[in-house]
Write a protein of this length. Structure first.
Lengths: 79, 131
């Protein structure tokens, strides 16, 4: 699966996307853990970054499936 | 029932393109226009650079609109947000609301802008410093 990154996260990782192989559904917390294992620089962003699944913010205990579109959303600043 | 139009564009946006004559049942048309200032973090700039996670930004704008509409019913809402390079003085966002009475329209815009700045995945990702 592809995880889309934006703004400060793109700068930290050095890319706009992360590729990750998921074989079964995981919780959003587990997905964060996997992402930090593969990209440790994400750890400091976790407390203030929201995860989105299929264009909505994930709610607690929501399951992420391998074919979902995932994005990490740092604090926004539109308008 | 609210009629909603959402547009994210890299082109310049103009208030004249957003305003219209309200339908006869609507006594109020209110707009907010947010412009790029020449100071960002105490530095003189010429432009801001905006980026969006576009499909989610459009969805969140719609979700917020209908959520706020439940408490503050309006008739029409047009949202235009500019992306890419937005020069100083140019509009980055224009919101136009029509409603039966002005109080709903004004309150709707106040709440909508606050929520947009919390939830809609659009970012100011850079500045073009003034030379």
């Amino acid at each position: 699966m592809k995880i889309h990154l934006f703004h400060t996260l793109t700068q930290a990782v050095g890319a706009g996307e992360i590729e990750l192989t998921l074989n079964a559904p995981v919780s959003s917390e587990e997905l964060w853990d996997l992402l930090i294992l593969s990209h440790p620089m994400l750890k400091s962003f976790r407390p203030y970054t929201r995860m989105a699944c299929n264009h909505h913010y994930v709610i607690e205990s929501e399951l992420i499936h391998p074919d979902d579109e995932i994005a990490l959303i740092p604090p926004v600043s539109g308008g | 029932m609210m009629h909603l139009t959402i547009q994210l564009t890299r082109d310049a946006i103009r208030l004249d393109d957003c305003l219209g004559i309200p339908e006869s049942a609507n006594g109020a048309q209110v707009f907010f226009s947010g412009h790029v200032r020449d100071l960002e973090n105490d530095q003189k700039i010429e432009a801001l650079l905006y980026e969006a996670y576009q499909p989610m930004a459009e969805r969140e704008l719609g979700r917020l609109a209908f959520e706020i509409h439940r408490e503050h019913p309006i008739s029409t809402l047009r949202i235009v947000h500019r992306l890419g390079v937005v020069p100083v003085r140019a509009a980055a966002i224009i919101i136009c609301v029509t409603a039966v009475h002005r109080s709903e329209a004004l309150e709707f815009i106040r709440i909508f802008m606050n929520r947009l700045k919390q939830d809609v995945p659009i970012w100011k990702i850079g500045t073009l410093p003034a030379s």
